[in-house]
Design a protein around this ligand. Structure first.
Ligand code: UD1
Ligand code: CA
Length: 450
């Protein structure tokens, strides 16, 4: 059976209390809409239609970055979920097969749930995904009669007895395209919100004698995000799952609850992650590395055998080769650190390359920014950069070069040369004693006078 996905993402998300469209709020650093698209992609949809409205352009941009074949259907006015699906009609012209409707704010579906829905669809005209809610709160309630789903009642419109039902509507449904649009044409807006409710297609389908059923999944998959509290809860669910997956894959997490992961974080087995590490988007850590406590990584690649942290910051464009060492209070940005090189203490290495087996001394700074433009620092192999060296970019240090401690390097250094740029030390015998005496006398006079 061919399927098309329709993802509803036009709502404002009033309860988010935000200027950002709801579906662009991130879970594990990835916009909710992208989670929904990835979840739906297991159905191998022939078409994907995203219904946008609030912040349409921004939502479209994110959706098209994820899947450039997606179609955008704009819902000018948000008149309800049924009205939203109706906007996909043009994009689905000429399509025959099943439409699966997903909500952009329900990002945690598992592949086998969608597969179970498709399987149930083979036996029924319309299939709705439901879940047993621990706290049904404001979710729509599924009114069942045996295996048959008779109707869905929104919380606002429900009677006390209906509110007691714990089987809730996830929002997801599957139906043949032609049937679905014909049902939607019959949906009215005579309800507490004055909206065209998609769940109303159930009752209309039943009135037409169609078979309707519900498939249930566990609640974690259908978490709908309507508020910041929901967003935080969804993130928590994501984190728990992602940590469990990593442990399963053979990654050691010393304190799993304190490690924050992104949806695209990749970590190889036998890597050890110490407590309180944050993985921003775009991080790949190979097998057999150690990421020590309180490190923050984003947009970087860490190769086998590397040791990072504690308290290291790897920013986008950081490429660490095998057996590199990045120590405490070191920040690396847009830089390649070649095999076996070390940057162990208190340094900033940005827009740079560091050759194999080089050692960058404590407090070294690549001065990459002149206030207007960024410049590169190129450090060769087996270089020894003395502590507190300032590398004023653009600048190059040849292979085997050395810089003296405290040097400000403004010109290239040829291979095997030592660069020294600091004033010569002068020791004045007895001066320290004289100075101390003078200062102590001054303090005594002041204490007496006061
Ligand atoms: C909806 C369901 C409810 C279900 C819950 C699950 C309806 C009427 N109610 O309620 O039964 O339990 O989801 O999370 O469908 N949207 C549009 N255009 C609109 C209105 C909404 O695109 O005109 C989109 C929203 O962006 C959102 C989704 O549809 O992604 C759901 O809308 P929302 O307003 O959040 O519905 P709920 O009140 O949560
Ligand atoms: Ca919702």
């Amino acid at each position: 059976m061919t399927t098309a996905l329709v993802i509803l993402a036009a709502g404002k998300g009033t309860r988010m209390n935000s200027d950002i469209p709801k579906v662009l709020h991130p879970i594990a650093q990835t916009p909710m809409i992208v989670h929904a698209m990835r979840a739906g992609s297991v159905l191998n949809p022939e078409r994907t239609v995203i219904v946008t409205g609030h912040g349409s352009e921004a939502v479209a941009k994110v959706a098209l970055t994820e899947d450039d074949a997606a179609q955008i259907a704009v819902q000018q006015e948000q008149l309800g979920t049924a009205h939203a699906v109706a906007q996909a009609r043009t994009a689905l012209e000429g399509f025959s097969g099943d439409v699966v409707v997903l909500y952009g704010d329900t990002p945690f579906l598992q592949p086998n749930t969608l597969e179970r829905m498709i399987a149930a669809r083979a036996q029924n005209d319309l299939v709705v995904l439901g879940f047993e809610a621990a706290d049904p709160a404001r979710y729509g309630r599924l009114v069942m009669n045996g295996e048959t789903l008779e109707r869905i009642v929104e919380f606002k419109d429900a009677t006390e007895a209906e509110r007691a039902i714990t089987l809730c509507n996830s929002g997801l449904l599957a139906c043949d395209a032609e049937t679905l649009f014909s049902l939607i044409d019959a949906v009215g807006n005579d309800n507490a919100s004055g909206e065209y409710y998609l769940p109303d297609v159930v009752e209309i389908a039943r009135d037409r004698g169609l078979s309707v059923t519900a498939v249930a999944c566990d609640e974690a998959q259908t978490l709908g995000v309507n508020s910041r509290t929901d967003l935080a809860a969804a993130d928590r669910v994501f984190q728990q799952r992602a940590r469990a997956d990593l442990l399963e894959l053979g990654v050691t997490l010393m304190a799993p609850d304190t490690v924050y992961l992104s949806a695209d974080t990749v970590i190889g087995r036998d890597t050890v992650i110490e407590p309180n590490v944050v993985f921003g988007p775009g991080v790949t850590v190979e097998s057999g590395t150690t990421i020590r406590a309180f490190s923050h990584l984003e947009g970087c690649h860490v190769s086998r055998g590397a040791v990072v942290g504690p308290y290291a910051r790897l920013r986008p464009g950081t490429e660490l080769a095998e057996n590199t060492k990045i120590g405490n209070f070191v920040e690396i940005k847009n830089a390649e650190i070649a095999e076996g090189a070390k940057v162990n203490h208190l340094s900033y290495i940005g827009d740079a390359s560091v050759g194999a087996a080089s050692n960058i001394g404590a407090g070294t700074i690549t001065c990459n920014y002149d206030g207007v433009m960024k410049h590169r620092t190129t450090i060769g192999e087996n270089v020894f950069v003395g502590s507190n060296t300032m590398l004023v970019a653009p600048v190059r240090l040849g292979d085997g070069a050395m810089t003296a401690t405290g040097t400000v390097v403004t010109r290239d250094v040829e291979p095997d040369a030592l660069a020294v740029a600091r004033s010569r030390q002068d020791n004045k015998p007895g001066y320290a004693r004289k100075l101390f005496d003078m200062l102590k006398a001054k303090k005594a006079r002041r204490d007496k006078g006061a």
